[in-house]
Ligand binder design. Sequence first.
Ligand SMILES: Nc1ncnc2c1ncn2[C@@H]1O[C@H](COP(=O)(O)OP(=O)(O)OP(=O)(O)O)[C@@H](O)[C@H]1O
Ligand SMILES: [Mg+2]
Length: 261
Amino acid sequence: MSAEHLLLTVDDSDHQHSNHHDRGVKFEIRGLRKVSEAGVPILNGISVDIPKGMIVGIIGPSGSGKSTMLRALNRLWEPQSNTVFLDGHDIVDLDVLGLRRKVGMLFQLPVLFQGTVADNIRYGPRLRGKKLSDEEVSKLLTLADLDSSFLSKTGGELSVGQAQRVALARTLANEPEVLLLDEPTSALDPISTQNIEDVIVKLKKKKGMTVVMVSHSIKQIQRVADVVCLLVNGEIVEVLKPGELSEAKHPMAQRFLQLSS
Ligand SMILES: Nc1ncnc2c1ncn2[C@@H]1O[C@H](COP(=O)(O)OP(=O)(O)OP(=O)(O)O)[C@@H](O)[C@H]1O
Ligand SMILES: [Mg+2]
């Protein structure tokens, strides 16, 4: 099935969730809203389907609500019930730690824990009573494009790009089905950026990973994403294929795209 068939912006009147997960929808988002404590709207009723096994890019001006939208998907803030469904289940009904294992997240800057790279990667599985062997840890490092010489290094010995790949390996240790990436390469040099992009695309192809990636770089989105959501003022104003971004019709989206390209 092609991306356009799967990723639908949904009519605002259609807040009902259906059995879309049966036909390959990973996340259904229906009328997702957030208002700040001061009463300012941050998200204005977002409705969109995130297809399984695809990389969905999210772009839009600063302050448009990209991080806020992403953070709802693993309950870093608590969305209203009946607004976010994972595989057809309302995420507020799921065990939150289980949800976060399934839906891993990577931020702009990696924060490693005390101890070695291996300790970091073993952390998540250990919480579940599973001890990863050196071989398993090495395999995760390889997935994140690092070799086993990193096993015994500490966070302080790593470049930001390497630390970001360790953070990715640590997330992958939880065997997630979805990765949420919030500008994961904005602090990285071009080579580290390419490494991360390659890993993300490989995870999609080899493991069928679903990825939701916020990026300020339109070029990056065009390199990796299958579909792109344009978020403006807390609303998804367009859903486009990466090659068709210049066809955006929304005036703010057009302006943003012109200024960013
Ligand atoms: N906890 C909060 N309380 C109040 N306002 C908030 C909170 N979190 C975010 N906001 C506001 O919500 C809006 C959206 O913020 P968000 O961080 O989602 O934007 P963004 O699109 O990720 O921006 P950027 O590209 O700069 O990262 C902003 O106006 C921000 O000031
Ligand atoms: Mg942000």
